[in-house]
Design a binder for this molecule. Sequence first.
Ligand code: G6P
Length: 610
Amino acid sequence: MCGIVGAIAGRDVVPVLIEGLKRLEYRGYDSAGIAVVVDGAVRRVRRTGRVSEMEAAARAEHLSAPLGIGHTRWATHGGVTEGNAHPHISHDSLALVHNGIIENHEAQRERLTKLGYVFESQTDTEVIAHLIHHHQSQGLDLLAALQASVRELDGAYAIAVIDKGEPDRMVVARMGCPLLVGLGDGENFVASDVSAIVQATRRVIFLEEGDTAVLTRDGVQVYGDDGQLVARAEHLSDVSLASLELGPYRHFMQKEIHEQPRALADTMEAIIDAGAFEPALFGKEAEGLLREVDGVQILACGTSYYAGAVARYWIEAIAGLPCTVEIASEYRYRKAVANPRHLIVTISQSGETLDTMEALKYAKSLGHDKTLSICNVPESAIPRASRLVFYTRAGAEIGVASTKAFTTQLVGLFALTATLAKLNGRLDAETEAGYIEALRRLPVSVQHALNLEPQIAVWSEKFTPKQHALFLGRGVHYPIALEGALKLKEISYIHAEAYPAGELKHGPLALVDADMPVVVIAPKDSLLEKVKSNMQEVRARGGELFVFTDADSNFGESEGVHVIRTPRHVGVLSPIVHTIPVQLLAYHTALARGTDVDKPRNLAKSVTVE
Ligand code: G6P
């Protein structure tokens, strides 16, 4: 996690750094800092708390310079203190920001301490600053010192360094964490993500693993891991400023919930245009590769894992292929039995979640070479490491709690299911046409579900004072119950758990009393009658039920049973529509509890540590 930004220009870069850090805050938000080189000296401002607090301090100090770096932190090594905030400085001459984790920092710290370096923080990062300084003291210039230092580091890093002795350049390095260079006119930039610099330029170079680079005002040179100059392609980013701004909304989460009809329509555009499920949706070599697949193994974390849990129901029922879904951090450390004919599907909004990336690498090491990534961030690490890719087109997702990424992932996974079914001869033309039509109608059904917001806001008042909540679902809607509980706990801090409704009687029923609201996802599918019986079990123990069901299902309100009706049952895509109300319930409950909806405590959006 952590976000880094840097700029070298003919103008004052401090406003660029601060705006960039505000856009990177989703990557971590417990402290922030900037360092600049000006008038032959390094100056630094750091603060715990949000970027806005550091900004006020930088203003008070009238910080202004043509060369600088900035960082927003999510603490790993060392607590949330100003002393642990980046940038870190060595000998008052060089300043450095870092995203990632240095695994051999203890050994390096010991070595550097023996060489006389005095450490001021508990971070792994400070080691890098002193290591570079040490190499400089051996006669190397800043670039050579950085290159020599990274050769001695184990772990993951994106690094940007400035030095008062070399005021006309910045040096950077990348291994295992994202870093891109932005190309301006007489000015150049570096950032963890394009959103940080899009106000200045859209021309970007994605650095590759092992790259180092030098940025001056007039140019950028990139060196490969062998130290030789390399040419890296320039891309034009299509991230829009509007997608990064709040507009009329109160929170990014609210904006992103309401963007879902558009995000879904954009994600399925190619499918609707083709009027068919074509393997080419997943890449050039998809047809040959998917034909050979006789099972699917899904790997992901967090909300993306729940998308995979929905897909498991679809893939087994529709494509007739065995499918397992596993939390990436578990898979990567167990002795898994590989079946190379199984397709490894990684799902990741950010494309950089470390556990998911490492699970993918582990799967490959076990002999899996059929890999597909479902991802929202083009050119990010996980899709780049996969042979096939489906990009969700949700647009930038900034709220830490994932919303539109989840529903668009489900569209990608449904398209995969239908494509595999077709290749297996299990999808006749009529069913395919029916699925395409269901997709076409989906944005409208989702909009109808969004229109339930006022009713859901009223319900949220009942949840606001509670300490606990239970979510129930069955079948393909069980993962939606899981997602509803995750949303509620992460942004409102109410303890919430989800159970398959049939499992209630095996334990969680003991928790049910009048203080435990029970949310039930109860669409009009073949399991509705079973779910109703489970609801009776709750009612009989005095539990209060909050039921989301379809407009055309046959049950109404009664004492202790509140009902909100989503649109008419949409068939196989029902989990997507039923996600909307649980998102809105969590959002309004958090709003009423006054939490920081977009930046919940202790969390970060992009988790690039174990
Ligand atoms: C973090 C985020 C979640 C997200 C998870 C996986 O925990 O807060 O919203 O679901 O990471 O992230 P990914 O980018 O891999 O989907």
